[in-house]
Design a binder for this molecule. Structure first.
Ligand SMILES: [Zn+2]
Length: 340
């Protein structure tokens, strides 16, 4: 087997596994006309309806989709205000069954009252202190009081991990940098940064497809000195496709841009989950080179080795039955839609 067909695992540096079962959900009562309305009418109604069984099968289907795209590491950001306790264990367990690596975070917020923020913080503490692979999650500065942001930063420092937070995704969160700059550190994971006008320490995660879908603008991540990684923000885990889109968007504002820049963003995700560097993905195409891949859709893994185990062989997952996972997730999607 030619070495130009093999790479380490890919990383989805910002995901929401709970949204895998959201596809096909009933339309909101009114069509959202702005980013804050998309949050209020779609995502915040959805996350409030989740229970642990829905979370489990949504995460397992999301992990399966990642595996089928050569993504061996997922940095997840989770919210389920009516099923907080134990939710991170459920996600970690679902990913482990498929064999995909996950770094969990519970996104705390004061939008359901400060008590829910405290419960969310405790879920982060409980999961990470028990040895779970995680970051302390925060939804976004604009839905948190200063006290909540300080508590999250303090817990993260105490546990020796970073904070995973949405930053300046829309104009509504443009005030975030001033409030986060006294708290943020190099181990923070900053999703989006579309409207960020200054620098904050941390890794910036660029989510090109999600930004287009929410009409929040182009983040132009090349303007920052920070490490930049790529995420899907819940739109599956087809990271080669995110790379292709990241390159096309970069090129749309700079005709001299090359695929190597977006490729470096894709590769930078591995700095957040260094264990993925040991994973071996054998692809359907060679060479696995940015100049080829930027112009080659549909490249898929044939075989994947994670932590020494073959978890995908001849394009098929070895640990779970994909048809069963899809059927169980569809059942949970029906339960979820009935609640909306
Ligand atoms: Zn997100």
């Amino acid at each position: 087997m030619s070495e130009t067909r093999i790479t380490p695992g890919l990383v989805n540096a910002h995901h929401h596994l709970y949204s895998t079962v959201a596809r096909g959900m009933p339309a909101p009562p009114e069509a959202p006309g702005s980013f804050p309305e998309i949050l209020e009418q779609v995502w915040w109604r959805l996350d409030a309806a989740l229970d642990l069984e829905m979370i489990r099968w949504s995460a397992q289907l999301g992990a399966l989709q990642a595996l089928e795209q050569g993504t061996t590491g997922i940095i997840d950001h989770h919210e389920s205000p009516n099923a907080i306790e134990g939710s991170l264990d459920v996600i970690a367990g679902a990913c482990a069954e498929v064999g995909v690596r996950v770094c969990c975070a519970y996104g705390i917020t004061d939008r359901h009252g400060h008590e829910a923020a405290v419960l969310g913080l405790e879920e982060n503490r409980r999961f990470i202190a028990a040895g779970g692979r995680g970051l302390v999650g925060v939804h976004a500065a604009f839905t948190c009081q200063d006290e909540t942001l300080e508590a999250a930063a303090g817990l993260a420092a105490e546990l020796g991990v970073g904070v995973h937070i949405h930053v300046a995704e829309g104009e509504i969160d443009a005030g975030a940098p001033a409030r986060l700059s006294p708290l943020a550190g190099d181990d923070w994971v900053l999703a989006h940064c579309v409207h960020l006008q200054e620098t904050l320490p941390g890794t910036i995660v660029h989510n090109p497809r999600s930004n287009l879908n929410n009409a929040v603008g182009y983040a132009r991540p090349f303007r920052f000195p920070n490490r930049v990684a790529l995420g899907s923000d819940g739109h599956g885990s087809a990271m080669l496709e995110e790379f292709r889109l990241a390159y096309a968007m970069h090129r749309s504002v700079d005709v001299t841009a090359t695929p190597e820049t977006a490729w470096s963003w894709l590769e930078a995700g591995r700095a957040l989950m260094p264990e993925t560097r040991e994973d071996r993905v054998t692809w359907s195409y060679e060479p696995m080179d940015p100049w080829h891949l930027a112009f080659t859709p549909g490249v898929r893994p044939r075989r994947i080795e994670i932590g020494g185990d073959i978890v995908l062989d001849e394009g098929r997952p070895t640990r779970v039955d994909p048809d069963e996972v899809k059927a169980r997730a569809a059942e949970q999607a029906r339960r979820l839609f009935a609640r909306l």
